[in-house]
Design a protein around this ligand. Sequence first.
Ligand SMILES: NC(=O)c1ccc[n+]([C@@H]2O[C@H](COP(=O)([O-])OP(=O)(O)OC[C@H]3O[C@@H](n4cnc5c(N)ncnc54)[C@H](O)[C@@H]3O)[C@@H](O)[C@H]2O)c1
Length: 360
Amino acid sequence: MASAPARVVITGGCGFLGQMLARSLLRRGTLCTHTATGVEGSAPIGELVLADVASPPRLLFEELEQRAEIAVGDVSDAEFCRSLVGRGDGPLSVFHLGAVMSGQGEADFDLCVNVNLHGTLHMLEAARRCGAPRPRFVMTSAGATLGSGAPTDWVTQDDAVSDATRATPHTTYGMTKACAELLLADYSRRGFVDGRGCRLPSVVCRAGAPNAATTSVYSAVVRETLAGVDTSSPIGPGVGHAVVGHRPAVDALLTMHEASAMAVDATLGFDRTVFVPSIAVTLAQLDAAVRAAVPPHAASLLGRVTYDVDERLSAAVGSFPTRAIGMWGDELTAADLVRHYAEDFPDALAEGVTLLGTDN
Ligand SMILES: NC(=O)c1ccc[n+]([C@@H]2O[C@H](COP(=O)([O-])OP(=O)(O)OC[C@H]3O[C@@H](n4cnc5c(N)ncnc54)[C@H](O)[C@@H]3O)[C@@H](O)[C@H]2O)c1
């Protein structure tokens, strides 16, 4: 018997990763879900809902304009969250990405707790009570759940972190994400949802407008330079930072969703969140990779990167661990990050800027 179509809700769906993920989902067309009889099966994607507190004038991809439904609202409003999950007449998958970022979270404690902590709880509750059999619930956590650089921390800058590294967040953002991981684990242990979390490092390179992450300059150095726009960085050129590309970040979310419940139970046990493997890059390496990626005639069209270093911020970022060991993943390079961005967003490159060896 054919499975009923799945309802897929992406909170933060109008954000960068939300839209990248939505496009990948539409291209796949099906998802692994729990059926009413308790077994897992493949279901066609019926409705795809992008739930976000703000809807941009234009989405990144035309196919999303055509095929995705946009629901504008705030995940810190429990009623809005309930309205997203449907009536339980088919499988439900939630990708919970909607969040306040680290910079904004440090500026506004109440907003960060309301959105990132209460919002996660509201989405978990909505999924639990929607009537669909054991909804898959994929959540984005962050490397900011860890601390580093304080004598009492469990991890120092030189450590390669793993899923067993203890969380000692230094920011309200990191604290809310660590709490959300524990909520996801307990809702899963009780069988309310089938939760899986991805602890992401900084995603490079994000398209469109910068977000309010304290480390957003690691994307700006690629994006703005290729767009012919100058960047002034508050973080020093030699400060290494843990990053992942946007393609592997989306792959990680899909891989976690598609893993069988038996495999997840056996591998993760009571913990439901894993690190997405990262590589360490500096701003100088990213800048050099951009310049090496274009032919000589395009070099003069690139933006320039200058440094107006905020020593406190630079030292804080420099104290983060730069390597996360995760469950899968090929080694990326700075050159890959630049190429993937330029291939996926050719319209964002300055006129006349092409990649070596391509027509882009
Ligand atoms: N991009 C990264 O480098 C990175 C790194 C680690 C973790 N993450 C996590 O990945 C997720 C997606 O990040 P992104 O890079 O796409 O960021 P983004 O800022 O592009 O997207 C986040 C989206 O959440 C929405 N949002 C904010 N408050 C909301 C609310 N109250 N209700 C509903 N939606 C709300 C925003 O409007 C935005 O569209 C976030 O949970 C983030 O914490 C991202």
